[in-house]
Design a protein around this ligand. Structure first.
Ligand code: 9MR
Length: 470
């Protein structure tokens, strides 16, 4: 279905080799005795590969020096997308002056870890230097600037980048073309021109059109469908559609599969390119469970649509995610939490791919951290209280997040922690100075509230694990 493009062969080969294992996976998982060591894929990338799919993450180059981040990036993912380093403002900040440092660093990382590189993005109205957006160029000059950019960047990464988002976010929500400088100056033909130019620069790369809010059947995905149909009928070399999939918890995505299928029926490959599922913060455990089910649902859908070749998540941990900076009060959107601990969504995704993320009953897997002990001491008076919380941990920590309920009052001051409160849910995180705790060490912090009401000692959790209350 995808002639002459290098990635297709690799994916199909992987699928043939291991699909038997994958198909048997769900049944094996159910029948396996609790104490029998698992033979199923234990990492996300192994589990996805067993189904002939890739699983990727956006990479922030600035975080590759953090060994926890780099270890997760290399062990769990077999595809990487530059979160920012291959965008126009990075690669051609001034006219004709190209900079590939960030992109090359990512390619090196990918090659060292046997990963594919997904190129993002050649033509986009955002992160576009003002010499392009405000240059006042006429159609012919802007076309040659665009073509020159595409040709240089694609040539530089030829043989290293499997896919390119050739154009990104070219639609308005109502399905009309977005009024970018390219659209306003050149007209809609800039899209076909960009694809033809990219194809000439690297005939083997897969060339995608990428957008958000196109997951379901709606005016925007209809606009995309019509444009792509028309481009294909003109012989424009477009190979794939990227569904960014920046989702909100509990979002209705019931038409995602049928919507994907109509693009597949045009002969296109489909990729979920920027998946995350954001939640109002702090997220509670029921929200994290629903998020896990929704990550699994998207994974299942990609498994059921054969033209869906992979899923990339947009960032590794909640701490690295773009979401809180763009949507204040929302976050917790990723597979790993602020301390790089896997969330329920991680396990759900591995399981949806037929793998086994491990569980405490499995002797092949180390037990997760347990055994913390919390003491919650409140001194109350008429209209206020001072609370001190101490949590002893058997494991050494390199960052902590402590959650508990505050049934009465609002926190008006605190020490030794960064505290946020949403209703009765409180999250306390380490400060810059007290994140490192030795095994059997104690975290201690406190806060003042404006209520002296009494309540029973709340349940306290450390990094997602419930503690015994002393
Ligand atoms: O995650 C990226 C963030 O670091 C940048 O500041 C932002 C700037 O526009 O772009 C983010 O990534 C976007 C991606 O390139 C295209 N789709 C939407 C993503 C989230 O905004």
């Amino acid at each position: 279905m995808f002639p002459s493009k290098r990635r297709a062969a690799a994916v199909i080969a992987a699928g043939v080799l291991v699909s038997g294992l994958a198909l048997a996976g769900g049944v094996q998982a159910q029948e396996r005795a609790q104490d029998e060591p698992s033979t199923l894929a234990a990492s996300l990338r192994e589990a996805a590969a067993a189904n002939g799919k890739f699983v990727g993450t956006a990479i922030n180059n600035g975080l590759l020096g953090n060994s926890t981040y780099a270890n997760i990036a290399s062990s769990q993912f077999d595809s990487v997308t530059a979160e920012n380093a291959m965008k126009w403002d990075s690669t051609e900040p001034s006219r004709g002056s190209f900079n590939y440092g960030g992109g090359d660093q990512l390619v090196d990382f990918a090659q060292a870890n046997d990963q594919q590189v997904y190129g993002h993005t050649l033509v986009w109205h955002n992160q576009l230097p003002s010499w392009v957006s405000n240059g006042g160029f006429n159609a012919s000059t802007l076309t040659s600037i665009m073509n020159n950019h595409i040709t240089n960047v694609v040539n530089h990464f030829e043989n290293d980048v499997e896919y390119w988002d050739v154009v990104n976010e070219v639609f308005n929500e109502d399905g009309t073309m977005r009024g970018s400088v390219f659209q306003n100056t050149i007209g809609t033909s800039f899209v076909g021109t960009a694809f033809r130019t990219a194809d000439a620069a690297d005939p083997d790369a897969k060339l995608c059109i990428n957008d958000y809010n196109i997951e379901t059947d709606n005016a925007k995905s209809d606009g995309l469908y019509n444009l792509v149909s028309s481009l294909l009928s003109q012989g424009v070399p477009i190979d794939c559609v990227g569904f960014q999939s920046h989702l909100v918890l509990d979002q209705n995505t019931s038409s995602f599969k049928s919507n994907m299928q109509r693009f597949a029926d045009l002969g296109l490959e489909l990729i979920i390119t920027e998946l995350d599922i954001r939640i109002s913060t702090p997220a509670d455990s029921s929200e994290l469970q629903r998020q896990a089910q929704q990550y699994a649902g998207i994974t299942q859908m990609c498994l059921e649509v054969s033209a869906c070749s992979g899923i990339t998540v947009w960032g590794i941990s909640d701490r690295d995610s773009w979401v809180p900076g763009t949507f204040p009060g929302e976050g917790a959107a990723c597979l790993y939490d602020d301390n790089y601990q896997p969330k329920p969504a991680y396990s759900a995704m591995v399981t949806a791919f037929g793998g086994d993320p491990g569980d405490p009953g499995d002797p092949g897997d180390p037990d997760p951290p347990t055994g913390c002990t919390a003491s919650y001491v409140a001194n109350r008076w008429n209209n206020g209280s001072v609370v001190e919380l101490r949590v002893t941990t058997p494991q050494a920590l390199s960052g902590w997040q402590i959650t508990f309920a505050l049934p009465a009052g609002t926190i008006v001051g605190s020490w030794n922690a960064e505290i946020s409160q949403s209703g009765t849910s409180v999250t306390a995180r380490n400060t810059q100075h007290n994140g490192t705790v030795a095994a059997n060490g104690t975290v201690s912090f406190g806060f003042q509230t404006n209520s002296g009401a009494t309540y029973s000692t709340p349940v306290v959790s450390l990094n997602g694990t419930q503690c015994t209350t002393a």
